[in-house]
Structures are given as structure tokens and as C-alpha cells.
Design a protein around this ligand. Structure first.
Ligand code: SAH
Length: 255
């Protein structure tokens, strides 16, 4: 889902660096509507530096004298607060509010409101909010950096909006026959390099099967493990010795 209806409202931010970092977090998560309410003078050099590739969001920011003006056209107004207690009993985590926010986004504007670095949101500003978000932290350190708080909220919305698809494993499962060849090769190699004695081989192989069984499953995985075994055999000179001595033929490299 498109997050075009999400507006980030910063109330009276103090530091240009934070405003720039907020723009960057917004850009990372596909949110572009930024309003600064109750503005204070900002170090714009710092803001541009921290915004990086998100400078267009910084340039396009709107300002308004009050929070009421900044959210006038928004349905849901989600306030964020580090503090607990009075007026904040209905606070939930960003993840808990996310479905409500996404649903509202489908039909209208939703504001996510963040307070001042030095004193957060006033009670009057909090009263304008329909919902309160509290990002979980330790009791000893509840106040999160402004831009990081914005990032956590935007990230939750971004992931839940389905905008992101996690990478899929492209290599299919290796068939049992190939896996068994891999174990055969490892058995040979571990004998060749002197890692185990022939009488311990069965026991050691059970251990190796257990270890590799936890992670080595795909065709690519198995091919890599076979490559390692072949290279170790080659480096130990075992396959040459075998050919010279006319003992077991080193079929390994032809497999
Ligand atoms: N000293 C301020 C904290 C300001 S931190 C106070 O006592 O309120 C700046 C802003 O980041 C906060 O107003 C809030 O919008 C957001 N923020 C910081 N920590 C947060 C948390 N744990 N949960 C939700 N929002 C948080």
C-alpha cells in the first residue's frame, strides 16, 4: 500500500541535524509529506548534511504556526510520547497501531506527530491526538532520539504496508542423491587430510550429517560444500598420491 497519505509532523524541532535525519528516514520508507509546526530557527546546513539523498523532502517541507493547523486535514492524528502516565494510558506500540493507521491511510490523511527534543509535546498538543504511540524502551532510558523515533514508526508502517518483499531463496532443495555424494566426498576428504581415522569415520560422519543438516539444504549449498571438499583434497595432494600409488582412483574431480 502507498504511504502517500502519511504526514510526519515535527513540533518545534531544535536541531537541523535531526530534521535532516528525519527526511532521510522518511525517504528510506517512502513517506514524503513533512510539516514543521511551531517552528524554531534551524541550522539548515546541518539539516542538508544529514538529509543526504533526501534533500527534496527537506526542501518540500511545509511549516505551520501550530499543530492544530498542521493536522487540520488529517483524520487520525497519532501523537508519540516518551513519557508515561497522565493522558497516555491508551498508548500502544507502533506495531500495535500500524493496522489502524494503514486502514485510515486508505481513505484519508494520517498525521504522525513528534515532539520537541527538549520538552516533547504539550498537554494541549497531546489533546489534539486521537491515538498515542509509545515506543518500548527500558524504564531507565525512555527518551529516544527524535529522528530514530521517526524511523521506528516509519519502518513499522513500511514493512506492514507490504512495500517490501524479503529476498527469496532461488536455489531449490538439493536432491538426496546429490547430498549423499557430498557426504561421500567429505568422508574421503576428512580421511585424506587426516582429520579422522578410518575406524572413527562412521561416527564422525553422523556428527557431520547433524551439523550440515541444520543448514546445508539447497543445491547451491551442496555444491559449495562439495567444492570445499575437492579443494581440500587437491591441496592435501591426496588425489595425486592416490593416482600415483595406483590405489583408489581419484574419481572425485570427475563427479
Ligand atoms: N524530553 C522529551 C523527549 C523528547 S524526545 C520529553 O520528555 O518528552 C523527542 C520526541 O521523540 C518525543 O516528543 C517523541 O515524539 C519522540 N519519542 C522519543 N522517545 C519516544 C518513545 N519512547 N516513544 C514514542 N516517542 C518517542
Amino acid at each position: 500500500m502507498d504511504l502517500g497519505n502519511v504526514r510526519i509532523v515535527l513540533v518545534g524541532p531544535l536541531y537541523g541535524g535531526n530534521v535532516g535525519s528525519v527526511c532521510r528516514a522518511m525517504s528510506n520508507t517512502g513517506i514524503t509529506d513533512l510539516v514543521i509546526a511551531d517552528p524554531r530557527p534551524l541550522n539548515m546546513l546541518e539539516a542538508r548534511m544529514m538529509a543526504c539523498h533526501a534533500d527534496p523532502i527537506l526542501q518540500a517541507r511545509q511549516t505551520s504556526d501550530t499543530l492544530a493547523e498542521a493536522v487540520a486535514d488529517c483524520g487520525l492524528v497519532i501523537g508519540t510520547s516518551a513519557r508515561r502516565g497522565l493522558y497516555r494510558q491508551h498508548a500502544q506500540t507502533p506495531r500495535e497501531w500500524t493496522p489502524t493507521i494503514l486502514e485510515a491511510c486508505a481513505t484519508g490523511k494520517v498525521a504522525l506527530v513528534f515532539g520537541r527534543e527538549d520538552k516533547g509535546l504539550s498537554n494541549e498538543e497531546l489533546a489534539l491526538c486521537t491515538h498515542i504511540v509509545q515506543i518500548p524502551t527500558t524504564d531507565e532510558s525512555m527518551s529516544i532520539n527524535l529522528a530514530q523515533a521517526v524511523m521506528i514508526c516509519c519502518y513499522e508502517l513500511f514493512v506492514a504496508s507490504g512495500s517490501y518483499e524479503s529476498p527469496e531463496e532461488k536455489s531449490g532443495e538439493a536432491p538426496s542423491e546429490l547430498r549423499e555424494r557430498m557426504f561421500g566426498l567429505w568422508r574421503e576428504m576428512m580421511l585424506d587430510v587426516g582429520f579422522m581415522e578410518p575406524d572413527k569415520a562412521d561416527h564422525m560422519m553422523m556428527g557431520l550429517r547433524r551439523i550440515l543438516g541444520r543448514g546445508v539444504h539447497t543445491l547451491d549449498d551442496v555444491k559449495i560444500m562439495m567444492g570445499i571438499a575437492r579443494q581440500a583434497q587437491w591441496a592435501s595432494g591426496a588425489s595425486e598420491k592416490r593416482q600415483e600409488g595406483g590405489r583408489r582412483k581419484a574419481e572425485v574431480s570427475e563427479r
